[in-house]
Design a protein around this ligand. Structure first.
Ligand code: HEM
Length: 486
């Protein structure tokens, strides 16, 4: 016999097909607890979606250290070759809402939670090594400009390009996004980047600035605009389906993690500001150092519980890893946990996907909506005389030297820094075919802008990156706009 259906309080349900009514034709009864509970419960199934990166897919797996990096960091999970740590990874698109299609031109999120013995380490990155802006105060405006217009209710080319027209530093990321890698074929076929500069500190207290690169072992595969439109039309959930089915088939996707390392003393005179998120560190200056392998081998049992309720926060560090002064990162250190307190509640850290697994949370944080029995009967204040958890005396990261007066400052430029140099370098690295597709992709979108001044401001950025890049774009946009007038 199958198990008996119950109400939320565990009482047997006698009829799950017919509501209780006053007579056969009569109105329904308020005493039908099962009906009332079922309808009320259903009304509360949705929670706020993530304000960005709402659409995503997740999987569990492990990270295995393959190369010695203990000279650079004392992070316990990276301490020896062969060491494995459980991970949960959530991939995402950025601008679309929860039900949006997957095969779109948009950066992809690449958020990894390492369940380490020193607590959870969240590395919340993207599939691009750079970003559009360099100061977090611009982030809400940026996202507003990319999402639906408050009046027309659709994404407007005018808004997208108007924001970029006023943010010259976005030229590098735009060149990346409209290039061949702008629409990944699947989450398995793209790289992941920490993007920001972070700090590593070793057992001797020596600090390094570090950038993370996860290279896909499946090979990079992307779609062009036409292919993407076809995929999107046939299967809006193409990325989710691909990841889930690959893992079900036992074809486990993997990535190799490399880092770039910069001794702290080098940062002040490096020709690019190493804390500017719109710039990369050329590999010739800081070669890739291999760290390990990340493998995804288990699908979540329940998408809502484990993927929708997953909470990643760039301020979840472990001893041996810390933040850098990158202003964007500093803004993010606040934004995520704040978003999650709103989206999931103050006790979201106790949900199984978010709670530490290789250790336990020992905090005096108590109570709040949805609290489990954290702390039980133990004292809820510190210090106490009852053997409660006490602070460690070993520093978690290295001190960072600062000087100057408080104020609002533009991100400092080093000798080679301007908003266009690296965008031009990226363009010049492309093959003729890649350049042509890049021009076509940008022109197709930029030509939809209704105002000449917005188009011109953007063209000026591409000209500043590379004269040929700008000239070709100008011609392509002019041709498309002339065509529109016919
Ligand atoms: C100041 C700039 C930024 C702000 C204020 C910001 C804010 C946010 C917020 C509020 C969320 C939703 C969090 C949640 O509800 O759980 C989010 C998600 C996310 N952001 Fe950002 N973001 C910024 C820049 C970036 C950058 C530069 C990257 C990548 C390098 C990034 C990657 C992600 C990813 C991957 C997610 C989804 C995490 C998940 O899968 O749950 N964000 N961001």
């Amino acid at each position: 016999m199958s198990k008996i259906l119950t109400t939320e309080s565990g009482a047997p349900v006698a009829d799950n097909q017919n509501s209780a009514s006053a007579g056969e034709y009569g109105p329904l009864l308020i005493q039908d607890q099962h009906l009332l509970e079922k309808l009320a419960r259903f009304n509360r199934e949705r929670i706020p979606e993530r304000v960005v990166h709402a659409r995503g897919s997740g999987a569990y797996g492990y990270f295995e250290v393959t190369d010695e990096v203990s000279p650079y960091t004392r992070a316990a999970f990276l301490s020896e070759v062969g060491k494995r740590t459980e991970v949960f990874l959530r991939f995402s698109t950025v601008a679309g809402n929860l039900g949006a299609g997957d095969a779109v031109r948009d950066p992809r999120g690449f958020a990894v939670k390492f369940y380490t013995e020193d607590g959870n380490y969240d590395l919340v990155g993207n599939n691009t090594p750079v970003f559009f802006i360099k100061d977090p105060v611009k982030f809400p405006d940026f996202i507003h400009s990319q999402k639906r217009d408050p009046y027309t209710g659709v994404q407007e080319a005018d808004n997208v390009w108007d924001f970029w027209a006023h943010s010259p530093a976005s030229t590098h990321q735009i060149t990346w996004l409209f290039g061949d890698r702008g629409i990944p074929a699947s989450y398995r076929h793209m790289n992941g980047y920490g993007s920001h500069t972070y700090q590593w500190v070793n057992a001797e207290g020596e600090a390094y600035w570090v950038k993370y690169h996860f290279k896909t072992n499946q090979g990079v595969r992307s779609l062009d605009g036409e292919q993407a439109a076809e995929v999107l039309g046939a299967d809006a959930d193409s990325h989710q389906r691909d990841l889930h089915q690959a893992i079900e088939r036992g074809v486990f996707p993997s990535w190799t993690l490399y880092v770039q390392l910069m001794p702290v003393a080098e940062a002040a005179d490096y020709r690019f500001n190493p804390f500017d998120l719109t710039k990369v560190w050329p590999h010739a200056d800081h070669p890739l150092v291999k760290v390990g392998r990340l493998v995804l081998n288990r699908n979540p049992e329940n998408v809502f519980a484990e993927v929708e309720q997953a909470a990643f926060s760039p301020n979840n560090f472990v001893p041996g890893i810390g933040p850098s002064p990158d202003k964007m990162l500093q803004g993010r250190l606040f934004a995520y946990a704040d978003a999650q307190r709103y989206r999931l509640g103050v006790n979201h850290t106790q949900l199984p996907v978010n709670a530490p697994r290789a250790t336990e949370a020992r905090t005096y944080g108590r109570d709040g909506l949805g609290a489990l029995n954290r702390g039980g009967r133990e004292k809820n204040y510190e210090p106490n005389s009852f053997d409660g958890p006490a602070q460690t005396d070993s520093p978690l990261a290295a001190p960072v030297r600062v000087e100057g007066h408080t104020g609002t400052f533009a991100t400092p430029a080093h000798s080679k820094d301007d908003d266009f140099f690296q965008a031009g370098e990226l363009y010049r690295l492309m093959s003729e075919g890649e350049k042509g597709r890049l021009i076509g992709n940008i022109a197709g979108f930029l030509s939809q802008v209704s105002r000449d001044d917005i188009v011109e401001r953007n063209l000026a950025h591409f000209r500043a990156a590379d004269a040929e890049y700008g000239a070709r774009l100008e011609a392509a946009v002019a041709k498309l706009r002339a065509g529109d007038e016919d």
